[in-house]
Design a protein around this ligand. Structure first.
Ligand code: CP
Length: 339
């Protein structure tokens, strides 16, 4: 765990950060929202490597570094940069001429901190739960490292969501429902796992609402359970929508793939085909609190994951969440690189 007295050198999961540091990061993010421009990181460079696409993460990291007086560069393999091989021990006679083993140390020569997005290929669940790609990257750089979404964690999103809950003055013991939603294809587990852990870390009464077959892997549930045990929060899991949504302060929607069919979308298709009704519309809030908020990390497919009436209505906080990415990431950068 990253302690409160030492400088933060890794931001890979929110539950690996000392609670006192999380509190400090959130407090500084609020200050940065009020006073966004400074020279605190003048002359410093943030390297950004995106092995997977992005809109919010890429733009907010670059904007944040610029607002702090620093600069950044972006590498998107295959889009103007060499395609990067990540497999170890491979004979590189295919179409990827650069290996991560050189790319990460080389980029580290050019920057003061490095941010990397690395979902992986979602082939082998047992392996992915150990984050082999992020671990490989971690071992290849001696610079501060920010996880911009890996296989099981998206800490920048979760810290922004935590700030959003604070901004909305949602009680720390309020009811937080993370609901699975339908999507045409299986999506990664990172945001679901990270969100569940964040809400548990905040001390909330957390419910994982998902159809049968879409429970999160045991290791990820245990991570959230441990966070709840430490904070005094609660964690339950159900497929009963009425039970889950009653009295909810927050409904956070996200889709993810069925763990049993991980890496095999074809075999999951039958299970998924029956679940199109898991599109969140206003009727889902009938027994929630009247002022219940709707959250989603974005991007979101309208009228597939969530209905227009919710996304465009007063419950929706999705733009505020995305806006908070800027403030919390600047806070992380200052914790890593500031005086
Ligand atoms: N929520 C999020 O991380 O968005 P991007 O994938 O666009 O970066």
């Amino acid at each position: 765990m990253n302690g409160s007295a030492e400088r933060l050198t890794r931001f890979l999961r929110t539950d690996e950060v000392d609670p006192a540091v999380v509190t400090r990061l959130l407090a500084r993010a609020r200050e940065l929202e009020r006073a966004p421009i400074s020279d605190a990181l003048r002359g410093q460079v943030l390297g950004l490597l995106f092995l997977n696409p992005s809109l919010r993460t890429l733009a907010s990291m670059q904007a944040g570094m610029s607002q702090l007086g620093g600069s950044s560069f972006v590498i998107q393999p295959g889009a103007g940069s060499w395609a990067i091989e990540t497999e170890l021990g491979i004979t590189m006679d295919g179409d990827r001429p650069e290996h991560l083993r050189e790319a990460i140390p080389v980029l580290s020569e050019y920057c003061n901190a490095l941010g990397v997005r690395s979902f992986g290929d979602a082939v082998d669940l047992a392996s992915d739960l150990n984050e082999p790609l992020l671990s490989q990257i971690d071992g290849l750089t001696n610079k501060p490292l920010i996880n911009l979404e890996s296989t099981t964690s998206h800490p920048c999103q979760s810290l922004a969501d935590w700030k959003t809950l604070d901004d909305l003055e949602i009680p720390t013991d309020g009811k937080f429902v993370l609901s699975w939603a339908w999507h045409p294809k299986p999506l990664p587990l990172a945001v679901a796992a990270s969100t569940l852990t964040m809400a548990a870390q905040r001390g909330m009464d957390v419910t994982l609402l998902r159809p049968d077959g879409y429970g999160l892997p045991t290791a990820l549930m245990e991570r959230a359970s441990a966070a709840a045990a430490q904070s005094g929060g609660k964690l339950t899991e159900t497929s009963d929508q009425a039970d889950a949504l009653e009295g909810a302060h927050v409904v956070y929607a996200k889709s993810w793939g069925a763990p049993r069919h991980y890496g095999d979308p074809g075999s999951e298709a039958t299970l998924r085909a029956e679940l199109r009704s898991w599109c969140i519309d206003e009727s889902w809030f009938a027994t929630a609190r009247s002022d219940a908020s709707f959250l989603h990390c974005l991007p979101v497919r309208r009228n597939v994951v969530v209905a227009d009436e919710v996304l465009d209505g007063p419950r929706s906080r999705v733009v505020q969440q995305a806006g908070n990415r800027l403030h919390v990431q600047k806070s992380v950068l200052l914790e890593m690189l500031g005086d």
